[in-house]
Each structure stands twice: as C-alpha cells, then as structure tokens.
Write a protein that binds this ligand. Structure first.
Ligand code: ZN
Length: 385
C-alpha cells in the first residue's frame, strides 16, 4: 500500500486549528452565559429592592435556568420570604427548586424541608403533613417526624401520632415510650366515650406494657376495669400503681375509694393510703382517709381533727378551712361570713398548675391545654407545691 506522509503533515496542523477554534467557541459560550446570569441577578435584586417580589422571583428563576449552580441563592430567597411571612412566595421558590431535574438528592431534600417549613409556618397543616411525609428516609427524617407528631397532637389524631412514635422508638430517635403510652391512653378515652370499653381495655393494657413506670396507664386501666365490673382486677391494678408510681396515688384516691367499696377492700385501701400519707402528706390522700373514717396515724381523734393535725406537717389554708367548718367558735354568729371568705380564698389553692407554663385548672391534665406539654402537671395542688 502506498502511504503518503504529506497527509499527516497537513492533517496535524488542521486538527490543531480546529481544536483551538472549538475551545474558543466553548469559552465564548461560557462568557456569554456568565454575562447573562449576573444580568438576571441584578434584575432580580433590583425588583427585590423595589418591593416587587414576584417579578424578582421570575428574574431569579430565569437566572437559575442559565446557571444551574445557583440553588443556594434560591434557598436563601425561600428562607427570606418565609421569615418575612410571605409564605406563598417561599412556596413558589421551593416548588421551583423541586421541579428542577438537575438538583442533587441532598438539595432536593433541602427544598422539600423548606417547603414543609413554609406550610407549617403558614398553618396549612394538611399540606405540611404531606411535605413532611416525603422526608422519610432523608437526613431530615427525625425532625420531620417530630413536626408530624406536633401536627397529630394538635389535631388530636392519636392513632397517627402513635404510629409515628412507634417508628421513632424503633429507629432509636429518642425515648418515646411515655409519649406513646399517652397516645394509647387518649385513644382509650375516645373509645370509652363511645362505650367501646373492651377496645379501651386492650389499648390501656398495651400502654401499661409500654410504660410501666408511669402512673397514667394504670390509673386509667383501673377505671375501665371498674367500669367493666372487673373490680377485683381494678383493685390489683391500683395496688401495683401504689408500688410502682406512688406519686400518682393522690390522683387515683377517689377511684380507689370506689373500687375498695366494690371489693370490700376498705381496710387494705386505708392501710395503703396511710402508708403513702406518712411519706407524702397530701390533701387528696387525707380526704380519702377522712372518707374511709380512718385516722392518718394511730389514736388521733375525729376526722375533723386530722385536718388541723395536717397543719403541723404542711401549712395549708385548705386544711384549715376544712377544720374550721365543723368548729364551734366563740363568736359563732360571724362564722358563716368568715367561713365563706376562707373558702373563697382557698379555692384557687386547690387547683393544679402546669410546671411548664403556669396554666391553672380545677382538673388535672396529662397534656397541658396551655402549652401542650406532657406530664407537666404535678399530682399535687397549687398550695402543696
Ligand atoms: Zn402548660
């Protein structure tokens, strides 16, 4: 074969020139893009400064189409709008980011997280829930689940809340056993309200199993057992409560009186209440002992005297008022007016108070209606705190 070397000598410079030309064309393209991108930024910035946010978003979106490396700018913009309370604009920015095909997985999750924050702040809980659910399996998973819990608690959707708490417990994202037990107790309360006592019973048994060291599941289980005419079982549950979580006993005292009466266990109940009262002189325990006509300690007179004896343990206007009600005064004609004034003054002292926010209520709450904290109400009255 005849091989002509001159073709190579001619071809090499030609390839060199063509290569240079094509690289120069690329450079020109890049320069052109870079010129266009800042132009769009300045346009956007100008709109932003002139309070024309929607036009600004359009300009920035145009800029990002020319330069895909501008996701950070969009995140900053989205956060800025959210902080200013302009949620629909923040949503638009984050939705635009999510629609981009060139976004990395990391940035996509970040945009999804931003979108969920926008909906949360805007109070659009349905859409926030949907956005948060999409964060499963992402780096924002634990945070998203906590936000979902808050949504379900606010809407009192205890079933969904329980499902999330179970997942967090399994994934070791914290100890959610106490919270899960509360959700089950809340579900049980709903079921009991609709006379579904057997379902409520099952839920409460599960709650006891999950959080055996908390008072609520046993108190509520004993209540349902008593309603199901299983008073013996209710008595057993209350005995276990007194052993495992005695601090919860003042809350269970009125129920204990009912269960003791149904099972003929008044003496055992009195003994149990006395033992606890000796450790922690609580007015609720004393009231229960007075109802059982049992002295808090040996040989201590009549039930009315026990209130005045209580004053030696704890200064209490409530106890003093209860004692005075049966006392014969030297100026007996003034007694009704004095009694009324004392009862009026001592009434607020019988309330329960949330340790987290100070919200006071006549009834005890496991979930504060003021600040939504769990277990923030001590089992003691305001005067005893
Ligand atoms: Zn509170």
């Amino acid at each position: 074969m005849d091989f002509d070397l001159s073709w190579i000598l001619l071809g090499l410079p030609l390839a060199f020139v063509l290569g240079r030309l094509s690289s120069r064309m690329d450079l020109r393209q890049v320069r052109q893009d870079n010129r266009q991108a800042p132009k769009a930024y300045f346009k956007g910035l100008n709109f932003l400064l002139n309070e024309q946010q929607d036009k600004a978003i359009d300009a920035f979106i145009e800029a990002v189409q020319n330069d895909p490396e501008t996701a950070d700018l969009h995140f900053a913009l989205g956060n800025l709008f959210r902080r200013r309370g302009e949620y629909h604009r923040a949503v638009r920015v984050h939705e635009h980011l999510l629609s981009r095909a060139d976004l990395s997985r990391e940035d996509r999750d970040r945009a999804q997280h931003g979108l969920a924050q926008d909906f949360l702040k805007a109070g659009l809980l349905d859409r926030a829930e949907e956005a948060l659910r999409r964060l499963e399996g992402s780096a924002y998973e634990a945070e998203a689940r906590l936000a979902l819990l808050a949504i379900y608690e606010r809407s009192r959707d205890w079933e969904q809340a329980a499902e999330i708490a179970r997942r967090m417990q399994t994934a070791k994202q914290g100890d959610f056993s106490g919270r899960l037990a509360h959700y089950l107790c809340e579900q049980a309360t709903e079921q009991a309200r609709h006379a579904q006592l057997d379902t409520a019973h099952q839920l409460l048994q599960e709650a006891v199993r999950i959080a055996p060291q908390t008072p609520r599941p046993r108190i509520e289980l004993a209540r349902i057992q008593h309603r199901l005419n299983q008073s013996q079982a209710a008595w057993q549950t209350l005995q276990t409560l007194a052993q495992t979580t005695p601090q919860g006993l003042p809350l269970a005292a009125p129920l204990m009186l009912e269960v003791a009466a149904a099972t003929g266990q008044q003496d055992a109940a009195a003994q149990l209440l006395r033992a606890r009262y000796a450790q922690m002189p609580s007015l609720d325990l004393l009231d229960a002992l007075v109802a059982l006509n049992t002295a808090p300690a040996e040989g201590e007179g009549q039930s009315r005297d026990w209130y005045v004896q209580h004053l030696a343990k704890e200064p209490s206007l409530v106890a003093a008022t209860k004692w005075l009600a049966g006392e014969k005064l030297e100026h007996e004609e003034h007694h009704p007016a004095v009694q009324k004034a004392l009862e009026h003054a001592s009434k607020p002292l019988s309330r329960y108070r949330c340790a987290a926010c100070g919200f006071e209520a006549r009834q005890h709450f496991w979930h504060c209606p003021g600040c939504q904290s769990w277990d923030s109400y001590p089992a003691r009255r305001v005067e005893e705190l």
